[in-house]
Design a binder for this molecule. Sequence first.
Ligand code: HEC
Length: 155
Amino acid sequence: MNFKKYENKHRNRVIISVLVFTFIIYNYFVYSSGTENHAPKLTEEAIKGQDLWQENNCWTCHQLYGLGGYLGPDLTNIISHPNKGENYIKGFINSGVKSMPKYNFTETEKDQIIAFLRAVDQTGYFPNYKANLQPNGWVELNYKSADSISHPSNK
Ligand code: HEC
């Protein structure tokens, strides 16, 4: 009699342990799937450009991905803009226009800012997607890095 009671107790413990274990594994997969960081890493040159971007307060007047100050325009895709790009950006940095100060950067520093802006351009559109109207009247969102970065609503 006592022995049987012991057996039941033991069996319950095994069942509860299995359930708790399964619950932990299940939660691990549910809460960690799709959270991998696919963002491309910045090169050393681009990181220096990002430092210059921050130290010289470009962000107080310009936006990247729509975030920042609004005295100047958004620069997310300026590198791939058909009429703008590298020399155009350097020209603005050299001259300063309107409220934008003239910056006395070295060529190396200008190239670092360009490298940073190139990395930004590769990771997004601003607005952050292109919407293509489908024949059925719905839109399909096309993200810039759809090939390398999987986005749930892009499937
Ligand atoms: C005090 C505000 C201010 C700061 C700080 C500033 N800018 Fe500007 N920027 C402007 C304004 C204003 C314009 C011109 C917009 C216009 O023509 O209407 C501009 C234009 C530009 C353009 C040309 C954009 C285009 O599409 O024609 C580039 C590139 C640029 N800035 C880069 C920079 C960088 C890089 C920095 C930091 C090193 C910086 N700016 C700092 C205000 C600023």
